[in-house]
Design a protein around this ligand. Structure first.
Ligand code: DON
Length: 560
């Protein structure tokens, strides 16, 4: 097994390392945490397929990356099935409990109580991860549940070495997690300090939970002892989510949303994610210009990028929501004609106008979702993004079961015109309703060459910035001819209509920014990096993997 790990320090000291993707012949897994990538690659080496590896990696990340890897959250998995030459989109997004109401997070004055919407117990929606991963395994995997869950159980029971990344992130979220006795017990030392770098973190309750799921399957989580523990914890905090809610959870297989970009096919997650629709919409708009001749990250290119983003995010706020509750105009939004008209309307000499006042992006909240990609020797490919929403979800752990609860209810629009934790606005389409899925930005994506063969699997964390991060990664790769490591490393920007600002990463040139500022664009340095893509691409008979240097423990692991 080959492992290429790029630490932040290495990336700074040796910029070249960023531009050399890991090469492997017969399979690869790229994730945000090295042990989990190795778990996936070992499954491939044992003869498992990309789906087996993805499920094993998903359970492993629930142990090794507790801030985003999860069994208490939800997500989306795109699976390309080589033999059938088709892609399925597995929706295991959380669902609102049946007690949920459109005004549930409003206070007496009718304002959104953001504390309750983000960190209260009612921020937790019905988790989908266990149902989703096991659905993928049963339908498309080749190994047993016991085989793919064994590595995660071992990591939880035998302990993992605490990395700087894990220690630092627990320290950063100490206040929120220490307020919950269960989380304090699971993740901190007796004096309330975060575990030291290099110490072992043992998670016996989580190991036992995973073992029960491994023994009994999905029903254990939704109707067994784990369900009892979850409901008891939620009730102890005064929450509403109950056994009936858990028993009502369902996974949905959907048609991916696909489009084309200069002869390549791009498929991504359909609603209830907004990711696929707006990724295709922005690619369609951008296809109207010869971007390559404008030059990568030139002012002229960035202007077109920003204006495409502005339009897509405006549409997002109005039209996107759970398709089981609201008719999302997917075809209209991803229509090439609509994109051509948008492109025509974009003034090329001055910044567009998002008009009126906007709530700010709350970029101080740490953005923690996580993406991973896997690819096997038969050409099956998985692109998976899952999350607890914020870093460590709402900070509350299920006592006795060892896992954190999500705060995904904040992805709904709690009130028309009021921004959620990512500064995103919404209306009717994304209002809170019982059993509805909150609108997401998660964008697991797959790119296919003109002959239909898969070329690239990618995706990212980053809340509202996910879609624009994936967009730029695809453009870097498809339009500017970068290899996947270069495409990953290149500095990024983000605009989301409101606030009317261009967030930028170090490396976007001062000259480009000055030209754009003179055209009326407002710039703000992103307080954190924008996203963290975990990608695998195909270059002739080789797989090239790139773990984003923006996460210090990220790693590509190959099977040869
Ligand atoms: O589904 C969504 O769009 C958000 N819950 C994702 C949150 C996120 O990406 C946080 N971190 N990176």
């Amino acid at each position: 097994m080959l492992v290429a790990q790029v630490s932040a320090d290495q990336a700074i000291i040796d910029a070249k390392a960023r531009f050399h993707p890991l090469l492997a012949g017969s399979g690869m897994v790229v994730s945000q945490e090295r042990l989990a990538s190795e778990v996936g690659a070992a499954i491939l080496a044992e003869g498992g397929n990309a789906i087996d590896a993805a499920v094993a990696t998903g359970f492993a990340l629930a142990v090794t990356l507790p801030r985003a890897g999860n069994i208490g959250g939800g997500g989306f998995m795109l699976v390309y099935l080589a033999e059938q030459r088709r892609t399925v989109a597995i929706d295991y997004r959380e669902m609102a409990p049946r007690s949920a109401r459109p005004d549930m997070f409003l206070d007496a004055q009718g304002n959104v109580d953001t504390q309750r919407a983000r960190f209260g117990i009612d921020a937790t929606a019905i988790p989908g991860t266990v149902a989703g991963l096991l659905h993928a395994l049963e339908r498309y995997g080749s190994m047993s549940r016991e085989q793919v869950m064994a590595p995660a159980i071992a990591l939880a029971a035998n302990g993992i070495r605490v990395s700087a990344d894990l220690s630092e992130s627990l320290q950063a979220r100490a206040q929120r997690l220490l307020a919950d006795p269960a989380s304090a017990g699971y993740f901190y030392r007796a004096d309330g300090s975060a575990p030291a770098i290099g110490s072992q973190l043992y998670q016996p309750d989580l190991a036992a939970t995973l073992q029960r799921i491994s023994d009994r399957g999905r029903d254990e989580f939704y109707a067994g002892k784990t369900a009892d523990l979850m409901v008891a914890t939620i009730a102890s905090h005064g929450g509403q989510l109950d056994h009936r809610d858990l028993a009502s959870y369902r996974v949905v297989e959907r048609q991916p949303v696909c489009g084309s970009y200069r002869g390549n096919t791009v498929c991504a997650m359909p609603p209830p994610s907004s990711g696929g629709v707006h990724l295709i919409q922005m690619l369609n708009i951008l296809e109207n210009w010869d971007l390559r001749s404008l030059g990568h990250n030139s002012a002229a290119y960035l202007h077109r990028l920003i204006e495409s983003m502005r339009r897509a995010y405006a549409d997002r706020s109005r039209y996107l929501g759970d398709p089981d509750f609201y008719q999302v105009p997917v075809l209209a939004l991803t229509d090439k004609g609509y994109a051509a008209r948008s492109a025509e309307q974009i003034p090329l000499d001055k910044a567009g106008d998002s008009a009126a006042v906007a709530p700010g992006l709350e970029l101080q909240e740490s953005f923690e979702t996580t993406h991973y990609s896997s690819w096997d020797r038969w050409g099956n490919v998985v692109s998976n993004t899952y999350t607890l929403n914020f870093s460590y979800g709402n900070g509350k752990s299920v006592a006795g079961a060892g896992f954190l609860l999500n705060n995904e209810m904040d992805d709904f629009s709690a009130k028309r015109g009021a921004a959620n934790g990512f500064g995103l606005l919404g209306e009717e389409a994304n209002k809170i309703e019982p059993y509805k899925r909150p609108l997401s930005s998660m964008t697991p994506a797959l790119v296919f060459a003109a002959d239909g063969q898969p070329l690239l699997a990618t995706g990212s964390p980053g809340g509202s910035t996910i879609i624009t991060v994936v967009l730029q990664t695809l453009l870097n790769y498809l339009e500017f001819g970068m290899n996947i490591a270069e495409a990953t490393a290149a500095p990024r920007i983000h605009h989301q209509w409101w606030p009317d600002k261009v967030f930028w990463e170090q490396g976007i040139s001062a000259d480009s920014r000055a030209i754009l500022a003179a055209m009326g664009h407002q710039f703000e340095l992103a307080p954190r990096v924008l996203g963290a893509t975990m990608s695998v691409s195909r270059q002739q008979q080789w797989l090239q993997g790139a773990a984003d240097y923006r996460r210090s423990e990220a790693a590509a692991a190959g099977a040869d």
